[in-house]
Write a protein that binds this ligand. Structure first.
Ligand code: SF4
Length: 351
């Protein structure tokens, strides 16, 4: 992993964003804050699954006031996402939101923007300035088209407006559903602005397509050491978003999770590898560690092909092999492969 871009750190509740190697994982609840029971359940479940910051849409005053209840019954930092009505932003901050996300372009007059910024300053919370390729200012779109350049100019304009009130606890996002445009905008933004960048591909799509589009886009940005917090937006279960975030960050060494290596199988496969793989994947989800575990299809090539793994199993007709760091340790009867593997994982420090 190349050196990470150092940005100006801000704090969302107790969570630092920017100015560090860590990339913070975010997601958004589907419930309305005013449906407090449902929202609290959702927030707590997502926090357990690894969300470090959680965002909620605030659509009316009841939602804004309900933030207070949500804050009292949850522990993860909460971000209020507001469009158009500056009064909702003020109420959400009063109710204890740990950050607000606004598009200053649609908040209205300078006086209204100032009121929001002053309230954020009073409560010492950051503001995310969210620039979206789909909702650029008309004059910028006319001058630059719907391009990364227009997004940068919009960011420049809105950051300047907020900075004019002496406010610097800013997080910036420049999102587009067009992957190359989102990459270009983020890379340019990292050169221009000192603020932490929130990365995301908007309307990325259903789980499979969205995960690939987001991994391609965010991966290209992260690979250059850029990005302080990410959300992978998927039309599906929120737990899929979190899983995708963790897996993507882990590919860049930015998140510690067990790495499961498995072969694509071929004609040499002679046991039910998929069943074993599924079982081990479930185990590793419940027992996180930094180990690299390999599940391979045959004992002929398995240990060699997975020589980077810390621990591995290569199945066979009646028996398989347990190997550690590519070296065969012992033969294991087929029916004992899973138990032997788990036992080895649990005692790995003693190896
Ligand atoms: S480990 Fe064995 S079964 Fe798996 S792909 Fe390689 S040769 Fe085929």
């Amino acid at each position: 992993m190349r050196k990470r871009n150092r940005t100006r750190p801000v704090f969302v509740g107790g969570i630092q964003v920017g100015g560090q190697d860590k990339v913070v994982i975010q997601t958004m609840i589907k419930s309305r804050p005013k449906n407090t029971n449902e929202a609290v359940r959702e927030i707590n479940a997502l926090a357990t699954e690894g969300a470090e910051i959680i965002r909620t849409a605030v659509l009316d005053m009841e939602d804004a006031r309900a933030i207070k209840t949500l804050k009292a019954e949850t522990t993860v930092p909460l971000v209020a996402d507001i469009h158009f009505d500056y009064r909702l932003a003020i109420e959400a901050i009063e109710s204890g939101a740990d950050k607000i996300r606004i598009n200053p372009g649609n908040v209205g007059s300078e006086a209204r923007l100032r009121a929001v910024v002053e309230k954020a300053k009073e409560k010492s919370i950051p503001i995310r300035i969210g620039i979206n390729a789909g909702s650029l200012e008309k004059d910028l779109e006319k001058a630059y088209g719907r391009t990364a350049e227009a997004m940068i100019e919009s960011a420049r304009r809105n950051v300047t407006r907020v900075e004019a009130f002496g406010f610097e606890d800013i997080i910036l996002s420049l999102k587009a559903s067009d992957v190359p445009m989102a990459i270009e905008a983020a890379l340019k933004a990292a050169e221009i602005f000192p603020y932490p960048l929130h990365l995301g591909i908007t309307e990325a799509g259903p789980v499979y397509q969205g995960t690939i589009a987001s991994s391609a886009g965010l991966g290209a940005i992260l690979s250059r050491g850029i990005g302080d917090t990410i959300r992978i937006s998927l039309s599906g279960e929120r737990s899929e978003e979190l899983k995708a975030c963790k897996t993507l960050l882990s590919a860049f060494g930015l998140y510690t999770m067990p790495k499961l290596i498995s072969c694509p199988t071929c004609g040499r496969l002679s046991y039910d590898m998929q069943a074993l793989l599924d079982k081990v994947e479930r185990y590793l989800e419940a027992h996180p560690s930094g180990l690299k575990i390999a599940i391979m299809g045959c004992a002929v090539n398995g240990p060699g092909e997975a020589r980077d793994a810390d621990i591995g199993i290569a199945g066979g007709k009646k028996e398989g092999l347990l190997f550690i760091k590519g070296k065969t340790k012992k033969k294991v009867p087929q029916e004992a492969l899973y138990e032997t593997l788990i036992e080895t994982i649990e005692n790995y420090d003693d190896q």
